[in-house]
Design a binder for this molecule. Sequence first.
Ligand code: GAL
Length: 439
Amino acid sequence: MRRTRTSAAVIGIAALSLAACATGTTSDSADDTTTAASTETQEQMEGGAGGEVGVFTWWADGSEKVGLDAMVGVFNEQFPNDTFVNLAVAGGAGTNAKAKLASDLENGNPPDSFQGHAGAELTDYIVNSQVEPVNDVIEELGGSSVFPQDLLDRITVEGNIYSVPSNIHRSNVVWANPTVLEAAGVTETPGDMDAWLADMQKVKDSGVETPLSIGGTWTVVHLFENVLLADLGPEDYAGLFDGSTPWDSEGVQTAVDHMTQLLAFANNASSGDDWVAPTDMVIDGTAAYNVMGDWAVGQFNSRDQVDGEDYVYFPVPGTDGVFNFLADSFTLPVGAPNPEGSKDWLRTVGSVDGQQAFNLAKGSIPARTDVPSDDFPTYQQTAIESFANDTIASSIAHGAAVPLAWLDDISTATAKFYSSKDGTVYVTDLTAAADKALG
Ligand code: GAL
C-alpha cells in the first residue's frame, strides 16, 4: 500500500505518535481488544451516563441528516439513559457551522461533542487546548487493532488521541450522467484534464449549456484541490503543504489554467451555494459532470438513482490510483457540559453498529476496519478497495491538509479568482497564503 502524507502539521503528528506506540498508547493485542469489548458492554449495560448530550455537526438536512439520524438511532439503543440534542448548523463543508463553533468555543459555551476533520483541522483545536484526549475511549473501542494506524496518527499529538473517527470520505470523484454522455458521443473515461475538457466541449456541442456543475466557494476549492492533484501528482501535491512545492510553480499554474477552462464550462454560482443543487443538475441532466465528495451518494440514493444506470463515477481525470482523503471525527471539548454523556456518544460513533448504520446512509466508508463490508453497495465497495490500495492524498477543502486559517485564505483567494478569472492574481494570492501559513 502506498500512502502519501500531505501536511507539515500531520507529518509532525505522525512523528509524535510513534512515541505513543512505543509507550503502549495503541494496542493490537487480542487481550486488549477483549478488555475493550467488555468495557464497552459494561457501559451499554448501564444504559449511559444520563442527561442531555448536545452534538454539533453541519449534517442538518437532506441526506447528511439521514446519516446522522442513523447514528443517533444506534446511540439511543446503546445508551437509553442519554438524550441526544441535535445542535447541527446547516451548510455543506461546515461553511456556517465552523464560524458558530469557533465563537461558541471562544465564549466558553462548548457542545458535548463536535464534528472535526482528522488532520490539520483537528490539530488546530488541539493546539488551542479546545479538546480533551480520548485515549481511554479509543482503547475501549479496540485501538489500532480496529482503526488504521495512519488515521490514528492524524488525530494524535504527543501520544494523546483527540477524537473518534466516524468515517472516511473520498474527495476526488467525478459524478456523471451516462445518458447525457451517450447523447454527446462520449464513450470513454477521460485520462487527463485535457481529454476531459475535450469531452466537455462535446457535451456542450450536444446542447448542454453547462457540462460541469458547481456550487459556491467551497465547492470551487473542492474542485481546485483535485485539479491540483491531477496536475501535480500526489508527491508534489503533498509538497504544497510543507513548502517543498512552491505555490507559484509551473504545476500550480497549469492547474489554475485548467480551472479557468473548466469554469468556462460551468454554471454561474453564488458564493454561498451548496453541493446538493449541483448534484441535482447531474441527476436532472442539466449538467454532465460534478466533482464532489462521496457524500453525493446520499443524494443519489435520496433521489432513487440507480448506480451504473442513472449515474456513473470515476476518479477526477489524472488522479486514478490516488484516494484524496478526508475523515470526520468527533471530539470531547474542554468544558463540555456532560463529559460522560459525550463519551457515550463517542462510544457509539466508534462502534461497529454506529459506523455501519451511519456510513451506509452517508456514502462514506467506515473508519473501523472490522465493519462487515458485504452490506455496502457497489460505490462504497470500490471506495473500500481504493482506500486500501491507492496512494492517499489529503483534502484541502475538508481539513485534512491545511489548518482552518490557511483554508480561509485559500477560500478568499478562490472566491476572488471565481469572480475575476485572473489566474495570475490567484497564484499570487495562493503563494501569499502559503507564505503566511508556513512562515
Ligand atoms: C465535509 C464533511 C462531510 C460532508 C461534507 C459536505 O466537510 O467531512 O462529511 O458533510 O462536508 O457537507
